[in-house]
Design a protein around this ligand. Structure first.
Ligand code: ZN
Length: 72
């Protein structure tokens, strides 16, 4: 995934289709369900397992941790 694609993914993940991050809260199920859903919908060519492995290598062990820890 390129930087521009990751930025797009990140914005979707942080938005209503994902963790819906606000000042007060953030939805996360301690897994990568939003990440998987967003990849399937918007990035069908992306290898989900590879992408999640890459996120984990940067501290993204669940959807919200991708938002808070992962930088491209
Ligand atoms: Zn989380």
């Amino acid at each position: 995934m390129k930087k521009e694609e990751f930025d797009k993914f990140y914005n979707i993940l942080a938005g209503e289709e994902g963790c819906n991050v606000t000042d007060q809260c953030c939805i996360c199920h301690s897994d990568h369900r939003f990440t998987k859903k967003i990849l399937r919908k918007y990035f069908p060519k992306e290898d989900v397992n590879k992408f999640i492995a890459w996120c984990k290598s940067k501290g993204g062990y669940c959807d919200c941790e991708i938002i808070f820890n992962v930088e491209y």
